[in-house]
Every structure is written in C-alpha cells, then in structure tokens.
Design a protein around this ligand. Structure first.
Ligand code: ADP
Ligand code: MG
Length: 766
C-alpha cells in the first residue's frame, strides 16, 4: 500500500477520517513528519478538525502537495517484500539470512506468504503431534505411531527394482533392536554413524516376518531444537517445503529475533488481564514450542482473541464515524399514523416477527446516527413487506428511497410488487434497469433529481453511478450477502442516508457478528401462516426417468416446475452449455408435448423478462435455468423444484432454491438429484431433506464445509482467519466484539501495535 491508496480509500469512505484505524489524519500527519513534508503535516492536522464540507478541499490540496516520489514510497508499516528493504527490526530479517535457507527456499516460503522472521513467527501451526512418550523397542505395538530412542548399531542401503532406495538403520535400546526405514534418502546414512543416538517417530509395521519402523520424522538426540519428540507442531505446507524445514526455520527465526524481544503486545494490557490472556511474546513462544498441552490451549486462546479483536476493529472502523449525523427533517407524520396507513393497504396482516422488525427499523430511522441494519429472514418470511414499511416511513415524510437488488430480474419483481402498493399511499415508484430506454431513463433521472419520484428500484448501479436524488433518505439492498465490508461502506458512500440490508441467507449468529460487525441485526423468525411445508427428496441419477414422469404428472394437474442446473466450476460458459443441452433434451425427447423455457445469465434482460413473464402467466410449464433464479422469484403455481447435481450447492443455497416453491396452496416437492460420493456430501443431502430450518441448515453447512465454502467462492466477503475458528471460539469472538466496541468508544486505549495490526487487516479487507 502506498499513501495514494490510503487517500483514495478515505475519499471512497466519504471523508470520515476513517480510512485508517486510529484516524486517517493522525496517520497522514505521522507519515508526513517522517517524509519531512511540513506543509502536508500541517494540512493533515487541520483535516481531523475540519467539517465534512471542508475535508474534500483539504484533501485535494494535500494530494497536490505530495511530491510524486513520496507517493510511491511504501508506507512505514510492515514490509511484505522485506528482502529489498533493510531490516529495521529483528522481526524484519529476510529469510535468506536464516541458516539453511537460500534464494530457492526463500522463494518457496514466499508462496506461503512468508518473507521475514516476523512472518514465520506468525505462521501458526495447524495441528500438533504428541510424541512425548518414548516407547521401549520390545513394547513397540504393531500399527501404532510411536517414538523410539536408540543408538545406531549399523545401517545398509538397498535399491529395489522400482528405483526406490531404502535406508535401513538398526537402532538399539536397552530392551531390543529394531530396523528403522527411510525411503529415498540415502544421503542420511552418513549422519547416522554407529553409536549416534536418534529419536525416531513413525509407524511400526510387520513386513514379511520382521518388525520395522517406517520413519516419518526424526531428530538427533543431541539436538535441542526442532524437536521431533515432545509436542511437535504441524504446519500447513506447500510442495518443496517439508515439516522439518519449517520447524527449523521457525526455531531459527525465534533465536534470531532474540527470542521475540520485539514482539509487542497487540492486545491492551487491561484486556490481557481481564480476559486472562498471555502476553504476545509468550503466546507465540508457546504456540510454536509447547511443552505441554495446556501451553497450546492458552496460546491458541490468546492469539485467537487477538485475531478476532483486530478483525472486529477493522470492520467496525469502517462504520460511518460517530460524528456523522443523519439528516432528520421534521417528521410530517407520526410512526403510528404511518403504520396504520401502511397496514390498511396490505392484503394480509403482518406477522408478529414482521411487526417487531419494523419497530426496530423505525427506531433506527429516528436516531441521530444513520441506520445500518441487516434484516435476516428465511425465504418467504416476508422481507419485502418490511422493506415497504421502511419506504413508507421515509417517503411519507417527504424524502426519497432507493431499493437495490442483485439482478435486474429481481429488481423488476420488486418494482411490480411495490409500485401498486405504494401508489395507494400516494407514492410514485420508478424502475431503472438496462432495458429502460434511454428516453425513459432520462425522464426518470430528471424526476429522481427533482424529487417527483419517491422510490427508485434497480440494481446497484442506482447509487453507484452517481444518479442524483433530490433527497435520498433510505437505501435498501436486497439479498446482499455477496458484498464485503468495504463494498458496504462504498454503497453507503458519503450520503448520510439510512441503510437497510435484507438477506435470505440465514447467517449463523457468530458469522454474522464477524462479517456484519458494523451493522445491527434484525431477524424475522416466523413465516406467514398457512404455508405447506415442502417435501424434500434426495435421489441419485438412476431415478431420473421416474422423476420426469412425476413432473409430467404434476404439470398435468395444472402445476409448474423449476429445474435448476448447477454451477460447473467457475465458468458461466460451461454452466450454460450443460443447461442448454439438458433443455434441448427435455424439449425434444422427454416432454415434446410441453412448453419448456430456458433462463440463464447470458440472456439479454428483455429476453429474461419475457421468459419470466411467460412462466408467471403459466404459458411455460417447465423452466430450466442456471442459478439465476436462486433469489426471490415468486411463482405460487410452481409445485416442483428439481435441482441437478445438488451436491455442488451449499445447503443454504439449496434451501434458498427450495424456498421458490411452497408458496401456493398445494403440496410442493423439492427433488435433489445428486452424485454425492463422500460421507460429508451424503450427510449434507440427508440434512437438507430433514430440516426446513434455514438457520439450522446454515450452521450444519458451516460446520461441514467451513465459512469460505458456505458462501461459495463468488460470494464471500469474509476476512480469512489465521488461527481463530468462529465456531470453536464463539465465546472469544463475542468477548472480542464487546471489547472492540469499548476501544472504539474510547474507554480502553489501543496499543500502537493494535493500530498497526488493524490498518494491515483493513488493507486486506479492501
Ligand atoms: P422474502 O422474505 O423471501 O422476500 P416475500 O417478501 O417475497 O418473502 O414474501 C413471500 C410471500 O409471502 C409473498 O407472496 C408475500 O405477499 C407473502 N407475505 C408476506 N408477509 C405476509 C403475511 N404477514 N401474511 C401472509 N402473507 C405474507
Ligand atoms: Mg425477497
């Protein structure tokens, strides 16, 4: 990162002095001081105290004053390409300076994101082997992994026809003799001279009639470090670097940095005491060189907490600054009045959960700071009505609202649902998509700018491309879990409008806390009455014909069916090819007498709208699609959802898809055809058949597949975790969340190392 990137970030985040945790202006002024740019330092000092209106000009001036050379200078923060920079501290020593590491090894380590001693120390083990017990040779149990200590009595090398070399080294202790075997490392024979003491770790096997140990790891008894005995760390690795190399590099790094003298505490002392955590130096020592299991537990806890705290602060400091005041004009109508008017136009009465969430939203909309709220509700829980209530409050008080959806299809569905409803309240709604003609578009833009349109519905382009609103008071984003922290901040931009995000992905609470730490959470935990639960079946491909027959029967009874073809790798083109081929087959061979439709992401918006409208009207009986229908589409007459290669989907996604049906009066069926081979894949299929509870499914999925997979490659906005585990360490996460708020509110002083760590993390989130 250079200074320009940070300045750009400050601009993107809306001049809230928030691009760097601890204050952008403080950071900039320190930087200027180091660069000896006095003018800039002075300007930076003014920046913090300047109003939101003055800041853009100030920043403009600062940018002009930065000499081009300084712009490109790396910041005085942690250096990732440390090899080119003189080591400023013992934590910045390039790996090539370590014993046994040359340029080639160093390059391999770089693949693991390790270039310095400091990086090595923060490269935490992923597991441990407990090899504290040394087994006597005569007691060596066959099949077990054990450690043996013995002295070399002789060794031999054997070459097999398969080009394997076998080094067989006879070890003796006071109880017996055992041959220890190394494959393809003949060069070790020199080291293992007669009389030398070894500790070997490996598996004892019976081969032919004799008992041998296949060595996985060893150490010379005289070597104190890089222990193969004791409790031994296991690191994630990559090709070309083995465990021994990493372990000896970590020990060397630890020695070279004076046993970690420079490892400053990131977590403030007060919190270390309060949460009973180890000082950082001790935690890092114990995580790499534990003497007993308790060391690992303590160190893991301390470093996980540190990681959570840093991430929480990085996310929370992307929040609009506390000084940011919402614009709250005189209320024209009371909340009660608005709610009464709103419920009187709804064709049904709100569920208790909907009413509760609307109240939470209204409270936020009356608060001094802009609202930042996430509404979570299972598919079909009625989020649209909740959004409409927020829109009603905003617009009946004379301001404008924007409603954004991830796809044009969904945007147009929202428009068709909301426009007639809001019209009854005297409010005007406009739809802006890429299929809006340029003439219409010009007209709508003009009406948004003069305030005669109250609600604008569209995709995210709505507020990203500088569309001008006369007075935007509320920005709603639907199905927004695909967006990261920084994108949320960008969405918010520098307007002080209220923000409401609606998601159907039932994010487990702990996960929500991590990725939505900057938002408040409302949950619609109740479905509207009278829903028939969907019956779900998982079958393999041998059932395909029977399923086709079943669909034919449902269609004959007047219903419709969705068929979803999966995501194949990350390629839209491949998805499309498979969906298209299957569509052709259905049309020509399987259901020649029925109307089959095809919907995919590469179609023009107008074509998509055409197909959707034909499906909605019942002209199309069976709709084959790629996952574009995943979100939101409402077809009450559809009674079958068939999902092909279902094992490729996340459970949350399958649940979403299933939520497309079961919206009418008749019994609906979700059929999952799958190729699940692994135990986990089969277990996932079973879980989805048995549970209709989105939250339970999400938790199960998270447990079985991990958070990255949970959202799918295309959708996560998650910071990756080095050591902490959002499931196993839930209590720590909650503690870190509360402590982060304390720090932000100024009750606890952050350490300098914490500010730096948060800045690094924020850069990763961007
Ligand atoms: P989602 O939360 O998935 O976005 P929708 O807002 O699309 O759900 O609502 C799903 C369906 O439920 C819609 O047809 C809507 O009209 C209906 N609905 C919403 N709230 C209620 C309610 N309180 N009682 C009855 N039906 C409702
Ligand atoms: Mg919806």
């Amino acid at each position: 990162m250079d200074i320009k990137t940070i300045i750009e970030k400050e601009i993107k985040l809306g001049y809230h002095d928030s691009a760097v945790f601890g204050g952008f202006s403080v950071f900039l002024s320190n930087w200027a001081q180091e660069q000896q740019l006095t003018d800039i330092r002075n300007l930076a000092q003014q920046y913090g105290g300047a109003s939101l209106l003055q800041r853009p000009q100030l920043l403009e001036k600062i940018i002009q004053d930065i000499p081009a050379a300084a712009q490109r200078q790396p910041l005085p923060e942690k250096q990732h390409q440390a090899a080119e920079v003189p080591a400023a501290s013992t934590l910045n020593i390039p790996l090539v300076n370590l014993p046994h590491i040359g340029a080639k090894k160093a390059e391999l380590f770089r693949k693991l994101n390790i270039s310095t001693t400091g990086d090595l120390l923060e490269f935490y083990p992923r597991d441990y082997r407990d090899r504290r017990t040394i087994t006597k040779i005569q007691d060596a149990p066959i099949g077990a992994q054990i450690s043996i200590r013995g002295s070399v009595i002789s060794s031999e090398i054997q070459r097999t026809r398969g080009k394997l070399t076998i080094l067989r080294c006879y070890l003796r202790d006071e109880t017996g003799i055992i041959p220890a075997i190394w494959f393809n490392q003949p060069f070790l024979q020199k080291r293992f001279y007669t009389g030398r003491e070894l500790i070997v770790f490996g598996k004892v096997e019976r081969r032919f009639s004799r008992i041998e140990m296949i060595v996985e790891d060893y150490q010379l008894a005289e070597d104190a470090d890089c222990a193969a005995a004791g409790i031994v760390p296991v690191y994630s690795s990559c090709e070309g670097i083995n465990q021994k190399t990493i372990r000896s590099a970590v020990s060397a790094a630890w020695r070279m940095c004076g046993n970690g003298v420079e490892l400053a505490d990131i977590v403030p002392q007060q919190l270390l005491d309060q949460r009973q955590l180890l000082p950082r130096r001790e935690a890092i020592r114990k995580i790499h060189f534990p003497k007993q299991p308790e060391d690992i537990i303590q160190a893991h806890r301390s470093l996980s907490y540190e990681e959570f705290l840093t991430i929480q602060l990085a996310i929370l400091s992307n929040k609009p600054s506390q000084q940011l005041q919402a614009v709250r004009p005189q209320q024209l109508r009371s909340d009660q009045e608005i709610l009464t008017a709103f419920t009187s136009i709804l064709p049904y009465s709100l569920t208790n959960a909907q009413t509760k969430v609307i109240k939470e939203i209204y409270q936020d909309m009356n608060a001094a700071q802009p609202m930042m709220r996430l509404v979570q509700g299972d598919v079909g829980s009625g989020k649209t009505a909740v959004a409409a209530a927020a829109i009603a409050k905003c617009c009946l008080n004379g301001r404008q609202a924007a409603m954004m959806a991830p796809t044009e299809l969904l945007a147009s569905q929202h428009y068709h649902n909301l426009a007639p409803l809001l019209e009854q309240l005297g409010l005007r709604t406009a739809l802006l998509t890429s299929s809006t003609t340029s003439q219409e578009k010009r007209q709508i833009l003009a009406q948004m700018a003069d305030g005669s349109v109250h609600l604008a519905v569209g995709t995210h382009a709505l507020i990203q491309e500088g569309v001008v609103f006369a007075d935007l008071g509320l920005a709603i984003t639907d199905e927004q879990h695909r967006f990261g922290v920084v994108q949320r901040a960008r969405l918010r931009g520098n307007h002080s409008a209220d923000t409401l995000i609606m998601t159907a992905t039932p994010i487990p609470r702990t996960l929500a806390m991590t990725i939505y730490a900057d938002m408040r959470l409302s949950i619609i935990d109740e479905l509207p009455p009278g829903r028939q639960p969907v019956q779900t079946f998982a079958v393999d491909y041998s059932y395909e014909q029977r399923i086709h027959a079943f669909i034919a029967k449902e269609v004959a009874a007047g219903h419709q069916a969705f068929i979803v073809c999966p995501l194949i790798e990350d390629s839209e083109a491949l998805d499309l090819a498979s969906a298209t081929a299957y569509y052709q087959r259905l049309k020509e061979e399987v259901f020649p007498q029925l109307q089959i439709g095809l919907l995919h992401g590469k179609m023009k918006p107008a074509e998509k709208a055409q197909v959707m409208s034909e499906f909605q009207q019942g002209i199309i009986n069976i709709l084959v699609s790629t996952t574009v229908v995943e979100v939101g589409i409402d077809i009450p007459n559809a009674s079958v959802m068939l999902i092909r290669d279902a094992e490729r989907f996340g459970l949350a996604q399958l649940h979403q898809l299933r939520g497309r049906i079961g919206r009418g009066q008749t019994q609906s069926y979700c059929i999952l055809i799958h190729n699940a081979q692994s135990k986990i894949a089969k277990e996932r299929m079973e879980i989805i058949c048995q549970s209709a509870d989105g939250f339970a499914l999400a938790e199960a999925d998270l447990r079985l597949r991990g958070p990255g997979e949970f959202f799918g490659k295309r959708q996560h906005g998650l910071p990756s975790l080095k050591i902490a585990d959002i499931f196993a360490d839930q209590d720590l996460l909650e503690a870190a969340h509360r402590d982060a708020l304390e720090i932000l509110e100024g009750h606890i002083q952050p350490t300098a190392a914490l500010c730096q760590a948060v800045a690094d993390k924020t850069a990763l989130l961007s």
